[in-house]
Design a binder for this molecule. Structure first.
Ligand SMILES: C[S@@+](CC[C@H](N)C(=O)[O-])C[C@H]1O[C@@H](n2cnc3c(N)ncnc32)[C@H](O)[C@@H]1O
Length: 354
């Protein structure tokens, strides 16, 4: 995915924006039926955080790459605050004359699995409220409880609350004494831009020293609409950015588009089913991803295997049509005869990126 920063010049604070970088920390996924437990080592606290993912239940139940990047930055900040990109952002609310021995109060928006809020509570010894849509709360609570002991040892605490963007009633009950608002990977669907901005405008009230810090994976140009709108209300600053030379640094596995669990092999019937999950519902690359999978498998599988390639149910706005195209022999053959498409597919499957 492209991570190039193409937006206008940005230079101020209030809304700290960061884009994702490589995550070098060790982490391990353990599967158990529907659930996956991600063990995430946070070196600065010499502890491991455990996060339950329920990937089949939708995007809020998976750990997204920008979350792990923000966790790594928090970890590095604790280890060496002098060299961290977060230092300037944090100093803006730490220098407001409040008692520095009292814990920082943080609200996280769209927490999903909650790893960012939990890591913030542990690394900063902070009081964190992780929030999301009502149907996500149970899993958030599960993860908050699973890590309560580690967090408490470091002087932190994680609370869980339902907070729907755009619903000011939900925010009002939470805003007392908030210093910092966190989020990761919350700018994706266009229809969510306005509600998210409404919540942010309420939280970043005029005159307050609050800061919004978010990590973002730049997937599509349209996201610039969100940032253009945000700049009308806030000072926006890019405080950390991935290497701009590297245009496609993430594999489909790193982006959680594909995993070993999404491949089912039936050796008796010589059938293979591959379910992939596009990063967003309107992903325009879904057909190309499927085509690449098909072209690659055609090269390495015995001919008698029948391969079905589908998007995971509910993961794409054009699910029916994408599935139809990817499993229609004639359409696939025609697509692969198109020289431009063939070149694109070849570039994907002969690089290490798929
Ligand atoms: C791509 S996920 C990111 C989850 C998590 N922050 C991460 O990076 O792993 C987007 C999150 O935003 C939440 N979300 C979407 N619409 C929302 C809304 N209207 N109000 C509150 N949360 C919302 C989703 O439930 C989901 O947890």
């Amino acid at each position: 995915m492209a991570l190039r920063e193409e937006d206008d010049d940005v230079n101020l604070t209030k809304m700290g924006l960061l884009q994702i970088g490589e995550n070098e920390e060790a982490s391990e996924i353990i599967s158990s039926g529907e659930s996956e437990f991600q063990m995430y080592r946070i070196n600065s606290i010499e502890s491991t955080v455990v996060i339950r993912q329920l990937p089949s239940q939708g995007i809020a139940f998976k750990l997204w790459l920008p979350a792990t990047t923000l966790v790594t930055l928090l970890d590095n900040y604790r280890r060496d605050p002098n060299t961290s990109p977060l230092t300037r952002t944090f100093s803006s609310f730490q220098s407001d004359g409040s008692d520095s021995s009292s814990p920082i109060n943080i609200v996280e928006l769209g927490s999903g699995t909650g790893i960012v809020g939990i890591a913030a509570a542990a690394t900063l010894g902070a009081n964190v409220t992780v929030t999301d849509l009502p149907n996500v709360i149970e899993n958030l609570k599960f993860n908050a409880d699973a890590n309560a002991e580690v967090v408490a040892k470091l002087g932190g605490k994680v609370h869980v609350a339902s907070l729907r963007w755009g619903e000011i009633n939900d925010v009002e009950v939470l805003v007392q004494n908030v210093d910092l608002i966190l989020a990761s990977d919350v700018v994706y669907h266009e229809h969510l831009y306005e509600p998210l901005l409404k919540t942010l405008r309420f939280l970043l009230l005029e005159g307050s020293k609050r800061v919004f810090l978010m990590s973002h994976l730049k997937r599509w140009k349209k996201e610039s609409i969100f940032f253009k709108k945000a700049r009308r209300f806030f000072d926006v600053d890019v405080i950390h950015c991935d290497d701009p030379q590297e245009e496609h640094p993430y594999t489909l596995e790193q982006l959680s588009v594909l995993s070993e669990e999404s491949v089912t092999v039936d050796d008796k019937l010589d059938r293979i089913l591959i379910m992939f999950t596009p990063t967003i519902q309107h992903c325009s690359m879904a057909n190309i991803i499927g085509l690449c999978l098909r072209a690659k498998l055609k090269e390495c599988l015995p001919l008698h295997y029948k391969v079905d390639i589908r998007v995971s149910p509910g993961s794409h706005a054009d699910e029916v049509s994408v599935n139809k195209q990817l499993n229609d022999k004639e359409r696939v053959a025609a697509a692969l005869e198109n020289p431009n498409l063939r070149q694109l597919v070849d570039e994907c499957i002969y690089s290490d990126e798929i």
